[in-house]
Design a binder for this molecule. Structure first.
Ligand code: DX5
Ligand code: ZN
Length: 213
């Protein structure tokens, strides 16, 4: 069965404490940091990450959808993020960023947009803990899964057998089995856990069960 990483992007931000508690049966919390430049949306900074880290016992990862990740790594590590995920498309110095993340004491993840080939990560694949394959174009929750990315997940599973592979975007109980079968061991999911009037614990259990089929 896959690990489940709820994204709080689509949670009720006016009751974030309640959302974290309702989803506390998950494995990881996934925080989508957006700077309004790398993606056309703006979300939250280190203070909110610190508040989430103080509120939950689960590991917190920051998905940094930002233009200058190197400028921000220290602040998100200091806020308590266990894993920092940077986009390969956001830097010409990916190896240096990975080393900096490790120097800060966090796990290093690299994310690839749907239009980016696995080749962008092959030189650092042996140095990182996680590869995040975007299954939507980044910037917003509630989008539909791009099934074209399942091939990329399958190829990554074959080429990088020791690497944790995470899929992010448009994942629900109907497609979680396909995404996990392709090779994703961690499923990021926002709107299918925090949908209005949903029971996050039930949704998480459904996703886990669906991923194990
Ligand atoms: C999109 C984010 C995803 C998104 C997932 O840019 O990286 O983590 O919030 O939300 P859903 O599951 O609604 O696609
Ligand atoms: Zn994300």
């Amino acid at each position: 069965m896959a690990l489940i990483a709820p994204s709080i992007l689509t949670a009720d931000w006016l009751d974030l404490r309640g959302a974290l508690r309702a989803a506390s049966t998950a494995d990881i919390f996934h925080l989508d940091v957006m700077d309004g430049h790398f993606v056309p949306n703006l979300t939250f900074g280190p203070p909110l990450v610190a508040a989430v880290c103080a509120e939950t016992a689960l590991p917190v990862e920051c998905h940094l959808m930002v233009e200058r990740p190197g400028d921000l790594l220290g602040r998100y590590a200091e806020a308590g993020a266990r894993r920092l995920i940077v986009h390969a498309e956001a830097t010409p110095h990916l190896h240096r960023l990975v080393e900096e993340i490790h120097r800060l004491g966090a796990e290093a993840g690299v994310a690839l947009n749907p239009g980016s080939p696995l080749a962008l990560v092959e030189e650092v694949a042996g140095d990182i803990e996680l590869l995040l394959v975007m299954t939507v174009d980044p910037g917003f929750g509630g989008q539909s899964l791009l099934t074209s990315q399942l091939r990329k997940i399958r190829e990554a599973r074959t080429r990088f057998p020791d690497l944790a592979i995470e899929a992010d975007g448009g994942i629900n109980a109907q497609n979680a089995g396909d995404v996990a079968a392709a090779g994703a061991g961690i499923l990021v999911t926002g709107s299918s856990v925090f949908a209005r009037d949903s029971n996050p614990a039930e949704r998480i259990a459904q996703l886990r069960a669906a991923s194990g089929r």
